[in-house]
Design a protein around this ligand. Structure first.
Ligand SMILES: *Cc1c(COP(=O)(O)O)cnc(C)c1O
Length: 382
C-alpha cells in the first residue's frame, strides 16, 4: 500500500528509522492543532471511541476493557505489573533483551517477587523451560513476555507461551509495545489477561499515552494492589467509568493525534495492511543491507518486521557515530545497538515510511561506504 496519500516522501522533517518516536503523517501532526478542555464533549467522545477501537484491534469484545494512561510505554508497563500482580503474587519473567530486563527492574521497585527465564538476545524465549518452571513452582501466579523484543527485533512465540500458561492456569501479561497494530494478537485465539502498548510505535500516533487492554474479570480483582497513585490502573479505570474523564490532566493533543492515526490505520486495512507494509519495508532493508555486506543478527525466521539489528562491521573505518551523523545530515535517523552480546546498530522499518524510504536510506548508506572506501564484502564482520 505504498500509494497511501498520507505517506510523505518530501518533507522538511527527518525520517525516523527508529522504534519510537517514529515518523508520523502530516495529517496526524495536524490533528493536534486544537485545544480541548478535559470536560469538552467532543474530547470525551473521542476518548471513549479510541478506547473501544483499541479493544477492537485485539478482538477483545466485551471481555476486555481499555485503560489509557499518561506517559511513555514504560509507564503503562509499570502500571500494569503493579496493578495486576498482587503483593503476594509471584511473576515469571521471560527475558531475551533489555525490555524483559526492565520488567525485572519494575518488580524490584514494587517489591514483587519474581523468577527469570533468560535466553540469549538472538534466541526466542524457551518454551520447554517455561513449562518446567510452571510445573515445578506452584507459587508463580503470573507470567510476562515481550511480544517483539525491540532490543534485537526478535519475535517471541506469544501464542505458544499463552498455551502453556493457560494449561497451568496462570495469568499472562504481554508487553506488545513495538508489535501492537502490526503483528496480530487476537484474544479469541490467544489466551492472555492483559496487554500493554502505546500511542506511538506501530499505531503511528505521537508519543505520550500508553494503554492496557485487560480482561474485565481480572481488573475487577485488582483494587488496592498498586503502591502508586498515578500508576494505579484500577483507580484510573474506576474514575473514567464514573464520569468518562481522566483522573489527572489528559494528554488531549496526543489523543487527537491517535484518533487520526487510528483512522489511517483502518484505511490501511488494520493489522493486516500495516503489517504487510512493514514486512515489505523489512524485506527491502534486509536485502539491501546484506548486498552492501552487512550481517544481520537474527535468523530470518525470528525477525519481526519492526526493527533490524546488524553487527557493527569489523572494518576500522566504519565508525557508527560518523555514519549516524552522515545520515542525520541527509535526513535519516538510525539507531545505535542495545545488545549485550555483540556490537551492533539498528534500523527500524515502522512508522509512516514505505519502500521508497527504505531504498533511500540504503542508498545513503551505500554512498557513505563508497566515499569512505569501505568495502564490507572484503572483511569478516565481528
Ligand atoms: C518502546 C518499548 C517499550 C516502552 O518504551 P518507552 O520508551 O517507555 O516508550 C516497552 N517495551 C518494548 C518492547 C518497547 O519496544
Amino acid at each position: 500500500m505504498d500509494s497511501l496519500s498520507t505517506i510523505d516522501t518530501k518533507t522538511e522533517e527527518p525520517w525516523l528509522f527508529t522504534p519510537g518516536p517514529l515518523t508520523t503523517s502530516s495529517t496526524v501532526k495536524q490533528a493536534m492543532m486544537h485545544d480541548y478542555g478535559s470536560r469538552d464533549n467532543t474530547f470525551i467522545d473521542i476518548n471513549a471511541s479510541i478506547r473501544k477501537r483499541l479493544v477492537g484491534i485485539i478482538n477483545g469484545g466485551d471481555d476486555f476493557i481499555c485503560i489509557p494512561l499518561q506517559g511513555s510505554g514504560t509507564f503503562v508497563i509499570e502500571a500494569m505489573i503493579s496493578t495486576l500482580v498482587p503483593k503476594t503474587g509471584k511473576l515469571l519473567v521471560l527475558v531475551n533483551g533489555a525490555y524483559g530486563k526492565r520488567i525485572c527492574r519494575i518488580c524490584d521497585y514494587h517489591q514483587r517477587e519474581y523468577r527469570v527465564n533468560e535466553t540469549a538476545e538472538d534466541e526466542p524465549v524457551d518454551l520447554q523451560l517455561l513449562d518446567k518452571r510452571l510445573t515445578q513452582d506452584s507459587a508463580i501466579t503470573h507470567v510476562m513476555v515481550v511480544h517483539c523484543e525491540t532490543t534485537s527485533g526478535i519475535l517471541n512465540p506469544v501464542d505458544e507461551v499463552a498455551g502453556i500458561v493457560e494449561k497451568h492456569g496462570r495469568e499472562l501479561m504481554i508487553d506488545a509495545m513495538s508489535a501492537f497494530g502490526a503483528i496480530s494478537l487476537d484474544a479469541a485465539v490467544t489466551r492472555f489477561s492483559s496487554v500493554a502498548a502505546s500511542s506511538n510505535k506501530c499505531l503511528e500516533g505521537v508519543p505520550g499515552m500508553g494503554f492496557c487492554l485487560v480482561r474485565k474479570s481480572v481488573i475487577e480483582q485488582c483494587q488496592g494492589n498498586c503502591g502508586s497513585l498515578s500508576l494505579d490502573l484500577y483507580d484510573q479505570l474506576m474514575a473514567m467509568e464514573k464520569n468518562a474523564q481522566w483522573r489527572f490532566t489528559p494528554p488531549t493533543h496526543v489523543i487527537l493525534a491517535l484518533n487520526q492515526a487510528l483512522d489511517e490505520f483502518d484505511a490501511e486495512g488494520g493489522v493486516k495492511g500495516r503489517g504487510a507494509r512493514y514486512r515489505k519495508n523489512c524485506d527491502i532493508l534486509m536485502k539491501g543491507m546484506i548486498e552492501l555486506g552487512f550481517k544481520p543478527l537474527l535468523k530470518p525466521a525470528l525477525q519481526a518486521p519492526i526493527i533490524l539489528t546488524f553487527h557493527l562491521p569489523a572494518d576500522p573505518h566504519f565508525d557508527f557515530q560518523e555514519v549516524y551523523d552522515y545520515l542525520r545530515a541527509r535526513g535519516y535517523v538510525i539507531y545505535p545497538g542495545k545488545l549485550t552480546v555483540a556490537d551492533s546498530f539498528r534500523i527500524g522499518c515502522i512508522g509512516r515510511l514505505n519502500a521508497q524510504h527504505m531504498q533511500a536510506v540504503i542508498g545513503a548508506i551505500a554512498k557513505y561506504l563508497q566515499s569512505n572506501n569501505i568495502n564490507l564484502k572484503q572483511h569478516k564482520s565481528s
